[in-house]
Design a protein around this ligand. Structure first.
Ligand SMILES: C[S@@+](CC[C@H](N)C(=O)[O-])C[C@H]1O[C@@H](n2cnc3c(N)ncnc32)[C@H](O)[C@@H]1O
Ligand code: SF4
Length: 363
């Protein structure tokens, strides 16, 4: 099998709508050339095992803590997962180096909920002032007050992705204590504020796990298409509960050639799938990002992957990315859409309930 085929994996999310809006947004942002360079580094450096001078993208964890208890989330399977929010001085150190080295994009979410970081608006503004072209995060949205929506927009946030799993009652079971009407109101407010100001940003994405909409994906799409700029469905992933789903033994992971993840406490894990930091590659409190990226541990990880020994590394052996996928044709409105799902990684949403028996309790 050729190298290109080995490193190929179907996308585990499907953009149901918004191609045209996303294109217009890219043009209006005015840095199409930088975006093309970024996409080339992102896709092609891993295919040819080129260790670029510096990663084009950083995942910086604003908060490792979360106020929700979504039953499918990795947090539920790892009781000792890290907690806490990133210190602003540590964040500044990261952004100062990243901006000097020409990082194109940062995502301020990883394992927890970014809006729990009291400095989140300042973090967005600092990165934008330093010239990072693409600043974004995924959020459960529960803490998005009107003031925060306004402040994030004014700070220059490029895009925001709301994780809204399913509709109505399904959503409320998974994403307690938020309500469906509550999250709709928050997303609508942000959109109306942005549009009222005549701004393009932040681009608003809404996404759901497949398991939460599989009985009626059209209903979800019809509802959110009118409010959000993009609607995504993401394949269900089993994270940590079991590593026994079928895997592609030939899988070559592209991640260590294009992105670096920094946990809220400054630890650099293997990648975004190393939720427990089982293979720490460095510590930003003590080292520069550049040192870590070119360090012995990062290179060792790359060697393992290149030599087809990926599953000798514990976080890789548990990673859903290496899972085999199958196609499924889904009818949404009058469109037939092909989506790719992971074999043996379905989530049974009907058995999920995050609401505590005593509704006042929360962890
Ligand atoms: C871990 S959360 C962190 C950011 C934020 N707290 C949120 O909920 O968006 C990031 C994304 O992972 C998704 N996610 C969590 N568990 C998942 C699973 N088992 N399969 C697929 N996606 C999952 C969530 O829906 C969310 O969109
Ligand atoms: S809100 Fe996000 S991080 Fe928190 S439990 Fe849900 S999916 Fe996990």
């Amino acid at each position: 099998m050729s190298l290109l085929k080995k490193s190929h994996r179907e996308m585990d999310y499907i953009r149901v709508s918004g191609k045209l809006k996303a294109f217009r947004y890219s043009i209006k942002r005015g840095h199409v050339f930088s975006q093309i360079i970024d996409r080339m580094k992102w896709h092609w450096a891993p295919k040819f095992f080129i260790v670029v001078d510096f990663p084009t993208h950083l995942d910086i964890e604003a908060s490792a803590s979360c106020q929700m208890r979504c039953p499918m989330c990795l947090r539920r399977s790892i009781p000792d997962i890290a907690h806490g929010t990133m210190d602003f001085d540590l964040y500044k150190k990261i952004i100062d180096e990243a901006s000097q080295r020409g990082v194109y994009s940062i995502k301020l979410s990883w394992r927890g909920e970014p809006l729990l970081n009291p400095n989140i608006v300042k973090m967005v503004k600092y990165a934008k002032d330093k010239g990072i072209k693409d600043v974004a995060f995924l959020t459960n949205g529960e803490r998005l007050s009107e003031k925060m929506a306004i402040d994030l927009t004014e700070a220059g946030l490029d895009w925001i992705s709301f994780s809204i799993d399913g509709m109505g009652e399904t959503y409320e079971r998974i994403r307690w204590p938020e309500t469906f009407d509550g999250i709709v109101k928050k997303v609508k407010f942000l959109k109306e504020y942005r549009d009222g100001k005549g701004l393009e940003k932040p681009l608003i994405r809404v996404q759901t796990i497949w398991g939460a909409v599989k009985n009626n994906p059209g209903e979800y799409f019809d509802f959110w298409e009118k409010i959000a700029d993009k609607v995504y469905i993401i394949a269900d992933q089993l994270r940590y509960e079991t590593a026994s789903f079928p895997k592609n033994p030939e899988y070559i992971c592209p991640e260590p050639w294009r992105r670096m993840v920094i946990g809220a406490d400054g630890t650099v894990p293997n990648c975004i799938s190393d939720y427990e930091e089982l293979n720490p590659l460095g510590d930003v409190k003590k080292q520069s990002l550049y040192e870590i990226w070119h360090g012995e541990k990062f290179n060792k990880l790359r060697e393992l992957i290149r030599n087809g020994k990926i599953f000798e590394n514990k976080p890789c052996a548990m990673c859903h990315d290496a899972g085999l996928m199958y196609p499924k044709t889904v009818k949404i409105g009058n469109k037939q859409i092909k989506i790719w799902l992971y074999e043996g990684q379905e989530i049974d949403v009907s058995k999920m309930d995050a609401r505590p028996k005593n509704k006042k309790a929360q962890d």
